[in-house]
Design a protein. Sequence first.
Length: 224
Amino acid sequence: MMKLTRPKRPGYLDNYKKWGREYNEKRKEGLKPKWHKKIKQWEQLKRDLAKLTLDHCSFCDSYPLVAKNKQTVEHFKPRSKYPKLTYVWHNLFLSCETCQKAKGDNFNKKLLKPDAIEYDFNRYFIMNFKTGKIEVNIRASQEEQERAKITIAMYGLNHFDRPKARSDYYKWLKNQIRKQKIKINQDKETLFYRFMFFFKLNLLSTEAQINRYLTTKGPPFGFF
Ligand SMILES: [Zn+2]
């Protein structure tokens, strides 16, 4: 989960309060209206959310979310429990289907939000390159550890084949770098799971340093 910097609310969501109230009323009547019908600039909204993440999933960072069925708009606070927040700009995220399905209608106040000012991957998590699992950073405070644990569980970040996909990707990437088919600095926005690499990469200044780092030993486990 990369940190996101969200720009100001786009004008086409100016009616978010009114629409939220109307949506809430419909829900109270037991109806389940198609929420996105209100937004005439629906395609624009998706593009704007995609700009925020550079086409990656806001939670697992998978990329690219080009296939229509894989790209969804996720409500951080679910519509079923917070109907009035349905059209709130800060509640909307581009998400892959896997993350969205894992979370479903669940919410917890401790869930980490990628566009929160205090959020930073390395503060809450560590990457285990051997298993491909995202783990809780044991150096974080008890409260932070709890938040990390809830976030991993709620978005299913270690469910299914996800850890394997990450460690396979890491091996593949090292190979590509060795063959000089990928240059990290140049291609970094199109990498899968950018959070796995960015912390260290930001500290390394030259392409040669980065390549040496990724192709020789790789990041030590728990280093991040
Ligand atoms: Zn995802």
